[in-house]
Design a protein around this ligand. Structure first.
Ligand code: PLP
Ligand code: COI
Length: 363
């Protein structure tokens, strides 16, 4: 790594932030990812010089050279994490070093320079501190934080760039899904193949998922489920979240981390919480045909999606070329899902003890 593990930040925040009244209006109904805070963090990288020029500055459009590498070869990675307002009006982050570590792994896979974990987390802290008034306080709300890195070298040859921008932006958000169990479309398209970039959080994976997601919407489904690219049989993950299954014996299963799915931090946290609740949990392959059979026989009791944006959201129905599979009654949230969801949210929002030291206080 050719840069220091910590950097000085120059603070030149927005001198004309939105008024408290405008902000209150925006926060009354934030939606998801449509509005942004007053500031952003920008850190530059140059080969030979490393990470430098770390700034908190006004949120504003970027001026990019039309020949800059990210616009042509998609050398881009990102993270998704949240800041929460606690009952005591403090502000916390959930497992930010796990995001920093995953970002470093994504960087390595895309031949990009790693942002030192401490620099990554400090950049997030700096933005949350300066924009703390934007962290909403209602139960389903939070400040969604999007750290990302782009290749910024002006050059049309195909090679890893020699210049990068690391940035952090933030958006106050409400719930990603409504209360009701969602329907999921089982896609014929593949998202990731062995040896590919499925495990990295890079924009290209999401670009590859959009047509499938569009198809899902066309079939009245909120999300798409991807199967493995080799046998087209094993359930992998959804477009933007991992997936768990709850069986009639009370056990839980989720697809294993084989390199083609994202190592979800929510997934990992729920595995820990489920084991602490005494549940039997398996990380094992689950075939789509078995899902259809188990839904029909009643062996499959609950299914849920999990991720930073989705938190824990029940799935009521699968639709696909092979027809419909209804899980349980096809609606509402099952008891195992509900208990895990409450346990996670209680830790994230500081209303329960944090035995795993997952919560980082910012303010
Ligand atoms: N899988 C994909 C493809 C995602 O985009 C996400 C969201 O970040 C997840 C899984 C869940 O990961 P996490 O729980 O770390 O947010
Ligand atoms: C996240 O949960 O952070 C994601 O990246 C998923 C996306 C659906 C917003």
């Amino acid at each position: 790594m050719d840069s220091a593990t910590s950097l000085p930040f120059t603070l030149s925040p927005n001198a004309s932030p939105v008024t408290a009244q405008q902000r209150a209006q925006i926060l009354a109904n934030p939606g998801f990812g449509r509005v942004f805070t007053d500031n952003m963090v920008v850190i530059r990288y140059q080969e030979g010089r490393g990470w430098h020029d770390a700034r908190v500055q006004p949120f504003a459009p970027l001026a990019l050279n039309p020949a800059c590498a990210v616009l042509h070869y998609a050398q881009e990675i990102f993270e998704g994490m949240k800041a929460y307002r606690t009952a005591e009006s403090g502000i916390t982050l959930f497992r930010p070093y796990a995001n920093a570590a995953r970002f470093a792994k994504s960087a390595a896979r895309l031949a990009m320079p790693e942002v030192p974990e401490e620099v990554f987390v400090e950049a997030v802290r700096q933005l949350v501190r300066v924009d703390h008034a934007w962290v909403p306080g209602k139960p389903d709300e939070s400040l969604y934080i999007r750290p990302f890195m782009i290749a910024n070298e002006t050059f049309l040859g195909v090679k890893p760039a020699s210049e990068y921008l690391f940035m952090v932006i933030a958006s106050p958000v409400g719930a990603y899904f409504g209360e009701e169990a969602v329907s999921v479309w089982v896609s014929d398209f593949c998202r990731a193949a062995p040896g590919g970039t499925g495990e990295a959080k890079c924009g290209g994976n999401y670009a590859a998922s959009l047509l499938a997601q569009q198809e899902a919407k066309g079939h009245g489904c909120a999300q798409v489920l991807f199967l493995d690219a080799v046998e087209r049989r094993w359930i992998e993950e959804m477009g933007g979240m991992n997936v768990f299954f709850v069986f009639d014996d009370g056990s839980l299963a989720t697809p294993p981390l084989t390199g083609t799915i994202l190592r979800g931090i929510t997934r990992d946290s729920l595995l820990t919480l489920a084991r602490a609740q005494g549940l039997t949990v398996r990380e094992e392959p689950y075939a789509i045909d078995q899902l259809y059979a188990d839904a029909a026989s009643g062996r499959l009791k609950e299914v849920f999606a999990c991720g930073t944006a989705a938190v824990v959201s029940p799935i009521g129905r699968f639709r696909g070329p092979k027809g419909d599979a209804v899980v349980g009654k096809g609606q509402g949230i099952g008891p195992v899902t509900a208990k895990l969801r409450s346990a996670l949210i209680a830790i994230q929002r500081g209303t329960a003890p944090d035995p795993h030291n997952w919560v980082e206080k910012v303010i």
